[in-house]
Write a protein that binds this ligand. Structure first.
Ligand code: HEM
Ligand code: MG
Length: 332
């Protein structure tokens, strides 16, 4: 039976996380990394298994310990990823591509392809990764990082902050509308695109920075996380639990709607059917009733039981206002 989510740590202040017990090590043959600079860094420092395959509990503990990620967000991100692309029977998830190390696969259409799989959690208009339409959507992309630096220089005096996030998040969406005929930012992705732009200013900034220095990410540190999957030397995690704070500011700079390019560039059609950042209840209900049911139309046995349990953990972590839980597989 999948265990309940681990509680937050008792101490939630700033502390050295680039410590003796968690040395950075380069990748060994077969170690898996993916599109998330946070999880990549935790694996390369041994907060997560260094091979890149972990249980949801491992991931929740690691993001709380290593980055002081706020517990509800940690659970929501982890259980959504696990339900979409993890193995619900073995309770293992790859932080990158598909691997036999997560155990025997359930029947298709389930994918169990790891968080790199395009179109489920991973999506378009990432800040430092190209859209899957153009090639490798998982690897760090230097030209996009150059653009990240350029925006940080122009709008943040050399630092990435919410103001820079507001400009760059919007610009990346416009770039994809103009160049990617298969561009898609609906439902879950419309939500995570803004959350991740906020994580960058909240979780990657040393916890000893306060006042005017808070939420200001310098470019050496940004490169260290996004490219090298490494804490800046002597990094302290944030001084209190944090996650998506500021996403509202980033969104308000240039509000967007969920949608897709239909068949051609510059042909963006708004599609609110899957919800989005400003409609979390639709997004939750559609996530469960459309996206998850498409992967698991008819689960039985342990698979069905574990789906029910993980969907419960997901709802408990999110519970949008006035949005009752949905039970596509019954309640027990
Ligand atoms: C991106 C998963 C925690 C920071 C992503 C992506 C995935 C993901 C699948 C790719 C989305 C895309 O850009 O296409 C997760 C899961 C987490 C988690 C399951 C479990 C709690 C974290 C933490 C941080 C973080 C703790 C920061 C310390 C980011 C950032 C991006 C990202 C900044 C955007 C990268 C970019 O746009 O280039 N995450 N993540 N994530 N994640 Fe995570
Ligand atoms: Mg992406």
């Amino acid at each position: 039976v999948p265990p309940p989510p681990p509680a937050p740590p008792r101490f939630t202040g700033a502390k050295l996380v680039d410590d003796r017990d968690h040395p950075w090590r380069p990748l060994r043959n077969g170690d898996i990394r993916g599109p998330c600079p946070g999880l990549n860094t935790l694996a390369s420092h041994g907060y997560l298994p260094r091979d890149g395959v972990a249980s949801p509990s491992d991931i929740i503990k690691a993001v709380q310990e290593g980055f002081n990620m706020e517990t509800q967000t940690a659970r929501f991100a982890t259980y959504s990823a696990h339900i979409l692309e993890g193995n619900l029977v073995t309770d293992l998830l790859s932080i990158g591509g598909k691997t036999s190390r997560t155990g025997p696969n359930p029947p298709p259409p389930a994918t169990v392809a790891g968080i790199s799989n395009h179109g489920s959690f991973e999506g378009d208009a990432s800040l430092t990764r190209i859209d899957a339409f153009f090639g490798n959507h998982v690897a760090f992309n230097q030209p996009l990082f150059d653009q990240f630096v350029d925006f940080s220089n122009r709008f943040g005096n050399g630092f990435y902050n919410y103001t820079v996030g507001g400009e760059l998040r919007f610009h990346r969406i416009q770039q994809s509308i103009e160049t990617n005929p298969q561009f898609r930012i609906r439902g879950f992705r419309h939500f995570t695109a803004y959350a991740e732009a906020a994580f960058t200013a909240n979780l990657f900034v040393d916890g000893r920075k306060t006042g005017a220095d808070a939420h200001q990410l310098d470019m050496d540190s940004a490169r260290s996380f996004f490219r090298d999957m490494r804490f800046p030397r002597g990094f302290f995690r944030p001084s209190s639990p944090t996650a998506g704070e500021g996403a509202d500011i980033i969104f308000a700079a240039h509000p967007t709607q969920p949608g897709t390019n239909v068949g051609a560039v510059n042909n963006f059609v708004v599609d609110t059917s899957m919800g989005g950042l400003t409609d979390p209840c639709t997004f939750y209900v559609q996530f469960v009733n459309t996206t998850v049911r498409a992967l698991y139309p008819n689960p039985t046995g342990v698979l069905r039981r574990n789906l029910i349990i993980n969907l419960g953990f997901l709802y408990d972590s999110f519970a949008p206002p006035d949005c009752p839980q949905v039970f596509p597989y019954g309640q027990n």
